[in-house]
Ligand binder design. Structure first.
Ligand code: EPZ
Length: 418
């Protein structure tokens, strides 16, 4: 657990980690070329450990040195993803597209739902079926196979991040051209396209509504000599909100302002002072912050659902009533009950949270039920009177590299107790 004594004003400069949600599909993509791929700024987090274990199980040779990863997929010769590892990390489902591209088959277990709601993969399966993949299911496994992947014109019912990534990965070695419409526009999708094109793939359109993948042969693909993962916009947002709740003053380095803009817009609306320049974001608070009439989560470039929980913690401490609507996941308010244990005034009605700011939060024993909920509890604890014990560290370490060292560097009182 983390033990946090609240009341310190955060001050100082920290560097933001590489993106978790970019690293995972890019590591899956490293299977496609059967060669050595050198990837920099991969965060040292649990989810990357799980992906590394899966790739090693499939036969990849991996060298990790701090945030550098060299993945040689020459010896990959297996397309069955171990169930126990798949259960640990849902997003390993994107391996399906890469394995189908490389071997024409894949065996994965059905990714279960999680704390943030049911997580169906119908859009993944529908799109891949259009490319000639046949699916069968048994004993909790999905067996996917195809004689030959072929390009298709696919329209996604919803701009799903995972479905977009899976179909892009399958399209690289498909026969002909794959057009994917109504795709996710997240920066992580653009990063995946850039990595694949560095490998020799022919992909256009990431960041817009439509992506076009011209299929090629595996011999057309080359090793990726040196690719750097984009900064983690959600980790950046988390530290900015932590600074705001303590009326602090911080500088973040290694950030891309444009990627964080949907978050910055809401923090400015609350009254935070923000300067962005040359991959540095400065935030400080010089007056009481205001509540938000409306905060609605949406696919990028809307406000990210992964920042909803941290923002709920912040809005719990500012004067006035805020309305927060979660439109991406069905059941992503589990952190509200834990924040209430700290004295927050939050009522939930379906996918809407009504947050009435309170004068102060007080320390309590709370538990993180998922990654971003954990971040929210740490943020609330930084502003709370007294000591808070945050259980569920394993969830938090899935996505944040050295969060306690970073917060300590900014002046917080946080220790990890084993
Ligand atoms: C990615 O998850 C991220 N994970 C999530 O971040 C993030 O919350 C989410 O995108 C939305 O931004 C990674 O990138 C590893 P989706 P993903 O497919 O791909 C429904 C974090 O904290 N849907 O865009 O699973 C689905 O149920 C994590 O870092 C279908 O109905 O998200 C959800 O309601 C949590 N059918 C919505 O779409 C499908 O086939 C968005 O899901 C696929 C999705």
């Amino acid at each position: 657990m983390y033990i946090i004594r609240g009341g310190e004003t955060l001050y100082g400069k920290i560097r933001v980690q590489g993106s978790k949600n970019s690293s995972l599909p890019i590591l899956a993509a490293s299977i496609l070329n059967g060669r050595k791929n050198t990837i920099r700024d991969v965060p040292k987090i649990k989810d990357i450990d799980v992906m590394t274990e899966i790739l090693s199980y499939l036969g990849a040779d991996i060298v990790r040195d701090n945030n550098l990863m060299v993945v040689d997929s020459g010896n990959v010769n297996c397309s069955d993803v171990p169930e126990h590892l798949m259960r640990e990390m849902r997003s390993s489902i994107v391996l399906m597209g890469a394995l189908l591209g490389r071997f024409g088959k894949a065996k994965v277990s059905y990714p279960g739902g999680c704390e943030i709601g049911p997580r169906p993969i119908d859009l993944h399966l529908k799109g891949l079926a259009q490319m000639g993949v046949e699916f069968s299911e048994g004993h909790g496994f999905i067996y996917a196979k195809t004689d030959k992947l072929r390009g298709a014109d696919i329209h996604l019912d919803f701009p799903s991040v995972g479905a977009t990534e899976n179909i892009m990965l399958a399209g690289v070695l498909a026969q002909g051209t794959t057009i994917i419409r109504n795709v996710a526009k997240e920066p992580e999708i653009v990063d995946l396209q850039n990595f694949l094109n560095r490998m020799g793939a022919k992909i256009k359109g990431a960041g817009t509504d439509t992506i076009k993948v011209e299929g090629c042969k595996i011999d057309d693909l080359k090793q990726v000599e040196d690719y750097t993962i984009i900064p983690d916009r959600i980790a950046a947002g988390t530290y900015l909100v932590a600074a705001a709740i303590t009326n602090g003053h911080i500088w973040l380095t290694n950030v891309i302002g444009e990627h964080v803009e949907p978050i910055l817009a809401k923090l400015r609306e609350m009254g935070c002072m923000i300067n962005c320049s040359n991959n540095v974001i400065e935030l400080y608070v010089d007056k009481p912050l205001k509540s938000l009439d409306s905060l609605r989560t949406l696919p990028y470039p809307g406000f990210p659902t992964d920042m909803q929980a941290p923002m709920m913690a912040l809005l719990s401490t500012v004067e006035g009533t805020s309305i927060l609507v979660e439109t991406v996941f069905e059941n992503r308010f589990k952190h509200a009950q834990e924040l209430r244990r700290m004295g927050a005034n939050i009522s939930i009605n379906g996918n809407t949270a009504i947050i009435k700011g309170v004068d102060k939060l007080t320390g309590a024993m709370v538990e993180a039920k998922d990654l971003r909920a954990g971040a929210a509890l740490i943020i609330a604890a930084l502003a709370a009177e007294g000591e808070t014990h945050v259980e569920g560290v394993c969830h938090i370490e899935r996505g944040y590299e050295n969060i306690e060292d970073n917060l300590t560097a900014l002046g917080a009182e946080i220790v990890k107790k084993y």
